[in-house]
Design a protein around this ligand. Sequence first.
Ligand code: SF4
Length: 381
Amino acid sequence: MYVHIPFCAARCPYCDFATAPATTRLRARYLAALAAEIGREGAALGRPRARTLFVGGGTPSLLEPDEVDALAAALRGAFAFRPLEATVEANPATLDRARLGAWKRLGITRLSLGAQSLSAEGLQALGRTHQPGDVAPAVAAARSLGLAVAIDLIFGWPGQTAELWAADLAAAQALAPDHLSCYPLELETEREEADANWPGGGWPVVARWRARAAAAVPDEDAVASLYEQAERTLRRGGFRHYEIANWARPRRRSRHNLAYWRNDEWIGLGAGAHSHLGGFRSRNPAALTAYLARAEAGLGRLAAERVDEAVDGAILALRLDEGLALDRHAARFGRVAADRARRGLRSLDGTGLVRWSGETARLTPRGRLLATEVFLRLLPD
Ligand code: SF4
């Protein structure tokens, strides 16, 4: 189960998630609509058990303890709520013990910290509002409550060098997290539906920032080499790579995100959240007012763009180091789909992008850098 809390203290100029100002007068209305949606969906699905929960955003750690308690009551009322893993995303500057205590009461087992960089240069280059010194106290507070800790980093920011990246990786490892995600900076300039949530003339400012940043980021080869640097450094530090952008200590992989990559079923609740249930993809509108209008009218999710489930399943499986097992793929999507995937991947023989063990295909380290080239071969002709 995914629950989206869209509110943020400020808008980070590179971010494309469905976010909104924390002070928005729609906040109470949003939380009431979300609780109603949780109740409605739990009843419609027959009060199923959620194996994992991820509360993402936005900045869910901004919620006040009484807001977290109300969310917990809604979840417990509507679902058999005994998750094996429950994660909340946090901005390092917004955590305090009272808030963390409320999340712990909700049943959180894991804190995912959006550190992005641990240097003043990196945070400034990314337009972040927290300070490098905010991260260690947040990790310590999570640890004192027995929570697992995941840290997100971004690489390829304007002005970043191999030395600055080495310093970020070292500082992150010094915090002894259970899990690390390293994402390349992406600077989409397509205006998102969720942009409507920020008042004023926000978009031109964001678009100008992105254009300036795009002119100052390291080139593609340099970004690829930063990625390889992360692979080497984290392997030496005892982390196991398991997905293109994700590393974990043994037995600390994100069960929740594994469910996405294994193309399992999930329900997404809240603005902009996507769901995958019964082989059918659906979504909620990302614009807050559009989400509220639907949720308050008791209307369900919108059908999402149709995707070829077999192609999607193959691409997601290849993102994982465990790779695409064609026998399992055939059992799930049929022999024709498995043969099509095999043909597409075999057309890359000799390129060094894919390696085979029996009927299982995996990306090589070079294949991870050029994953889009591999995925294109899986698309129908
Ligand atoms: S705090 Fe996170 S979700 Fe909010 S705008 Fe920044 S990157 Fe996006």
